[in-house]
Ligand binder design. Structure first.
Ligand code: SF4
Length: 256
């Protein structure tokens, strides 16, 4: 077990060197950009950092940091480093997020490209042995030659993620539209069935008047445009009264 090292003590000579630190700072930045001395921090043995307010426009909450050090048995300090650093209330740019993590569904415009990486775990090669090809781009040619059409297909992870996304979204059973539907999509004549494993839980709505027309819907989704939806007696329009015949004749009018 290693012994924890003691925190370094404040070097008084370094701490007193406020003027030397300010002087070094003024050699780099205009005097109008340097404000009051804010304090001194211990950096290590005989190494301290003096902080000065930054009064430069647009840098509210930032401070100049001037680090000075003293060699053993010396009575003067030397300047190590001068930097401008943000304090707690500094105005900072939001944390940078890579483009790949920022992109959201619907962000693509016509002409934009969003390449899928070779190791994207939502996809797997459509034929065995693809991993042994010397060049991954060869997979496309081999898939074409074998008549497979696609070099990669959905992996189990990719399929499960899509199913979960669809099921939890606006086209699943929890959507408000489905909650008040008279019946589920599975019994609707407008449901187009899918092929493959996803067909066990999903189909496509083909009702031009439904909100979900052209979208994948879960079999337990539903909406008021269900093919067998019927109006209840209360919702039916009231029947019209019997027609009344006007029996007054022309002769009757002439009597007046
Ligand atoms: S019309 Fe409604 S119930 Fe029928 S498939 Fe489309 S969403 Fe489902």
């Amino acid at each position: 077990m290693t012994k924890a090292s003691k925190p370094a003590k404040l070097d008084q000579v370094g701490a007193d060197a406020v003027d030397a630190a300010r002087q070094a700072l003024l050699e780099l930045v205009p005097a109008g950009d340097v404000g009051e001395h804010l304090g001194v921090d211990v950096e290590g043995k005989k190494v301290v950092t003096h902080r000065f307010a930054c009064t430069q426009t647009g840098y509210r909450g930032w401070s100049w940091s001037v680090t000075v050090a003293r060699a053993p048995k010396q009575k003067t300090v030397t300047v190590d480093e001068i930097v401008l650093l943000p304090d707690e209330d500094a105005v900072l740019a939001p944390e940078w997020v890579p483009y790949k993590e920022r992109i959201r569904p619907g962000d693509l415009s016509p002409g934009d490209l969003l390449p899928t990486e070779d190791d994207d775990d939502r996809l797997v090669p459509s034929f065995t042995g693809a991993d042994e090809l010397p060049d991954p781009r060869e997979a496309k040619r081999v898939a074409e030659e074998l008549g497979l059409g696609r070099p990669r297909v959905l992996s189990v992870e990719g399929r499960e993620a899509a199913a979960q996304r669809w099921y939890d979204g606006d086209h699943g059973p929890e959507a408000p539209l489905a909650q008040s539907a008279p019946a589920a999509c599975v019994t609707c004549g407008f449901l187009v069935k899918l092929a493959g494993p996803l067909s066990q839980a999903f189909g496509v709505c083909a009702n031009a008047f439904a909100n979900d027309d052209g979208r994948v819907v879960s079999l337990d989704h539903g909406c008021g445009a269900h093919s067998e939806a019927q109006l209840s007696k209360k919702q039916l329009p009231r029947p019209l009264p019997e027609p009344a015949l006007d029996a007054i004749r022309r002769e009757d009018l002439e009597l007046f």
